[in-house]
Design a binder for this molecule. Sequence first.
Ligand SMILES: CC(C)(COP(=O)(O)OP(=O)(O)OC[C@H]1O[C@@H](n2cnc3c(N)ncnc32)[C@H](O)[C@@H]1OP(=O)(O)O)[C@@H](O)C(=O)NCCC(=O)NCCS
Length: 152
Amino acid sequence: MIRLKNFTELNDEEMILVWQWRNDKRVNQFMHTKNFDLKKHKNFIQSLKQDKTKKYFLVFNDEEAIGVIDFIHINQQDCYFGLYAKPDLKGMGQVLMDEVKKYAFEILKVEKLKACVLKQNKKALKLYFKNDFQIDKEDENFFYIILRNSIS
Ligand SMILES: CC(C)(COP(=O)(O)OP(=O)(O)OC[C@H]1O[C@@H](n2cnc3c(N)ncnc32)[C@H](O)[C@@H]1OP(=O)(O)O)[C@@H](O)C(=O)NCCC(=O)NCCS
């Protein structure tokens, strides 16, 4: 069973696990923010308690932590999402994507789900296009992709 655990409720062990994944080169190379120390990571998690525009979740499949999904710039109309799978795990992208769509459209109830993806991130783009995201605009390095809520 898939379960989401809010970053604000993570224990120390889980916080460190996420920090290790996030600084793993296989994840980090596709992220906007690069290496950061554990103190900064913990301060960021602490700051989420007061920030209604951001939500971060550690995703579990039964007892196993499989990845992270996040939502930023949340407002009534739209939000941006991010996701990454635990390094070494394969095939978790669709599981994470399903949770992103469910949370965005059923809990946040946004009309549009957006992301900014590095053009060289082929695995992520393959996943997003498979899930009907479309390119809204692009620049030299990024595709800005968008998915409209099909049930609203
Ligand atoms: C994005 C991510 C969650 C996708 O996970 P996934 O869909 O489970 O894919 P995997 O990592 O298991 O990679 C295998 C898939 O990528 C495809 N792939 C691998 N290299 C590829 C390439 N160069 N071009 C196109 N497709 C490629 C494989 O065909 C396979 O697709 P399939 O499942 O349809 O057969 C995962 O790769 C990840 O965490 N990446 C690092 C963080 C990241 O980039 N996050 C997104 C930021 S926008």
